[in-house]
Ligand binder design. Structure first.
Ligand code: NAD
Ligand code: ZN
Length: 245
């Protein structure tokens, strides 16, 4: 199976990457679902919504500060480096990610579509146009306020009840409808509409190589090669950075 995957990656002319929280697990970022998932402790509606942000901004911002701090010093693991290498080898390799941790860019990848936004920046909740990098200075007193109009700041991620960035979603579906291979890494394929992206690739006749230690919502089919391993372990081997032993 691994040999088939290596061959498919080598031959593919229009590959696309699609990642979720599991891609960052080995860099130390926790996933939401699964064994040690974050949602076992916190309610998503409270922590990740505009209404939560308006009614309890301090609680919500404390949670983001905690997540950002867990993200501090987090560096892309060997699997990220393997994707950067593959991107340079292929010339064109778009990366669609559900992650908000910015690790694909930090690993030096370009052409990254962050469909759920990024937690590394924040902007004015009242949309006056102010936007900033989230530095420790800004996170010192919570909640942080907009220096231009005094409203609360919001993290630049898609919150519950919000629409996804339409242009980025359309571009992602275009890529899915045109690719010959999609490498789907570390996602439970449960969060819609993002989860529709690998299904669009399958419908267009593309092959999927899935990397995830556990079974997901993707169907069992000749077009889905599921490698039940961790991203950091298997990706270097799949792209030819490591020899198969
Ligand atoms: P999810 O939490 O629903 O699922 C994570 C998947 O990763 C699971 O299927 C798990 O088996 C798999 N996994 C765990 N360790 C892995 C490893 N080492 N290698 C490969 N796979 C591994 O994640 P999701 O599907 O991305 O959906 C969750 C939503 O939460 C996303 O929308 C995302 O925006 C957000 N989120 C982002 C981050 C982040 O930015 N790092 C972290 C948590 C959640
Ligand atoms: Zn403002």
């Amino acid at each position: 199976m691994i040999n088939r995957a290596i061959e498919l990656i080598r031959k593919s002319t229009r590959p696309v990457i699609f990642t979720g929280a599991g891609m960052s697990r080995e860099s130390g970022m926790r996933t939401f679902r699964g064994e040690d998932g974050l949602w076992k402790q916190y309610s998503p509606e409270q922590l990740s919504s505009i209404s939560g942000l308006r009614s309890a901004p301090e609680v919500v911002w404390n949670w983001y500060r905690m997540r950002l701090m867990t993200g501090e010093g987090v560096v892309p693991h060997a699997g990220y480096k393997a994707l950067t290498y593959l991107q340079s080898k292929k010339g064109k390799l778009p990366v669609i990610t559900q992650n908000v941790d910015g690790l694909h860019r930090l690993a030096g990848q370009t052409d990254v579509l962050e469909i759920h936004g990024s937690m590394r920046t924040a902007s004015c909740l009242d949309e006056c146009g102010f936007s900033t990098e989230l530095t420790s200075g800004i996170l010192k007193n919570l909640p942080p306020f907009c220096p231009d109009c005094g409203a609360i700041l919001r993290p630049d991620i898609v919150l519950f009840g919000e629409l996804l960035p339409q242009k980025i979603i359309s571009k992602s579906y275009e890529l899915a409808e045109d690719c010959d291979l999609m490498i789907v890494i570390g996602t439970s394929v449960q969060v819609w509409p993002a989860a529709g992206i690998p299904f669009a690739a399958l419908e267009n006749g593309a092959v999927i190589i899935e990397i995830n230690p556990v079974q997901t919502e993707l169907p069992r089919s000749d077009h889905v090669i599921s490698i039940r391993r961790k991203a950091g372990e298997i990706l270097p081997l799949l792209v030819g950075l490591e020899e198969k032993t």
